[in-house]
Design a protein around this ligand. Structure first.
Ligand SMILES: NC(=O)c1ccc[n+]([C@@H]2O[C@H](COP(=O)([O-])OP(=O)(O)OC[C@H]3O[C@@H](n4cnc5c(N)ncnc54)[C@H](OP(=O)(O)O)[C@@H]3O)[C@@H](O)[C@H]2O)c1
Length: 293
């Protein structure tokens, strides 16, 4: 099995590389500098040359606020790039695992979202990701679209690292929104879920292609998540506030909790408890700070 990882320099892409190594899976990882997924011809040529058993597309335009003033840039990657990858996989018969987002839902419902709930993306990033899902479905049937949420890990930028940085800089009060709920998801657990699915794609089993949800449990608000991230920093007070108190360019769904029953039934992939992953990450970040000082 050779898995081709696109967007291999990002949070999920990096986690995929090291989880694959740990599991003894062979991979080719291409970061943005190596391959621009918006370049249709290059995408086709690279996938044709590598001839992987599965492609995992983690590449994305993920600057949610930046996308509001760069719709063309976000479309180019999230919609067109996704379509190019799927179109390149199709003639070679290569299965595609494509990452998508909880933001395809508007969040205006209190219960967890299921895969067959109608999508209603709000904001440019969300709309381009949803358009990317359609581009994948239109181009190639052998796909697994994995919608995930609130990703955190050791590589790249994320909420956990931002909270720790603010605390390290001496901030003693941090205001965090308390009216958005979701499932924090370790990048590492997404990587393992993708590799479990990739193994199935490479087997003789019938694969239940389609769209799946995968996020961490228990669900929390950003304020609750911040409190978990800063539990060992009693000098920092996390103050709850409402989304409309923050002047952010892109709207965010109030409830983006994903129902993850389908992926367990189809692939035996369990919803991860994010808390032990967070504990380990905080330990790693602490060690890195000590080494640097
Ligand atoms: N982060 C989250 O909370 C979250 C939540 C739900 C879903 N997702 C989805 O999960 C996937 C992975 O997210 P992530 O957190 O790993 O994001 P990330 O850390 O921002 O990684 C995305 C990677 O894609 C690369 N990229 C951007 N444009 C590209 C292009 N045209 N061609 C090739 N690579 C390109 C980026 O490289 P540069 O940085 O060099 O541009 C970056 O390394 C994305 O599809 C995202 O939409 C993420």
């Amino acid at each position: 099995m050779t898995v081709l990882i696109l967007g291999a320099g990002g949070q999920v892409g990096s986690a995929l590389r090291w989880r694959a190594l740990a599991r003894g899976a062979s991979t080719v990882g291409l970061a943005h500098n190596d391959l621009d997924i918006a370049d249709r011809e290059i995408v086709r040529a690279v996938i044709d040359e590598v001839r992987p058993t599965t492609v995992i597309n983690c590449a994305g335009y993920t600057d949610v606020d930046g996308a509001e003033t760069d719709e063309t840039g976000a479309e180019r990657v999230n919609r067109d790039g996704a379509g190019h990858v799927a179109a390149a996989c199709a003639p070679l018969g290569v299965p595609l695992i494509h990452l998508s987002t909880d933001y395809v839902f508007d969040g205006a419902r209190p219960t967890a979202w299921r895969e067959d709930d109608p999508v209603s993306p709000v904001g440019v990033y969300a709309r381009t990701k949803e358009a990317g899902e359609r581009a994948v479905r239109d181009a190639w049937g052998k796909h697994v679209i994995l919608r995930t949420a609130w990703v955190f890990g050791g590589i790249g930028r994320n909420f956990v690292k931002t909270m720790r940085r603010l605390a390290d800089q001496g901030q003693t009060t941090i205001r965090v929104v308390d009216d958005q709920r979701g499932g924090p998801t370790p990048a590492e657990s997404i990587a393992d879920a993708c590799l479990d699915i990739a193994e199935r794609c490479g087997s003789a089993d019938i694969v239940p292609w389609g769209t799946y949800h995968f996020c961490g449990a228990p669900s929390v608000t950003w304020r609750e998540f911040a409190e978990a991230v800063l539990a060992d920093r009693p000098e920092v007070t996390v103050t709850p506030c409402a989304s409309d108190e923050f002047d952010r360019p892109a709207p965010r769904p109030a409830n983006s909790v994903l129902d993850c029953t389908r992926i367990r039934a189809a692939f035996g992939v369990e919803q991860p408890d994010w808390r032990p992953y967070l504990k380990r990450l905080l330990g790693d970040l602490g060690e890195a700070t000590e080494e640097a000082s």
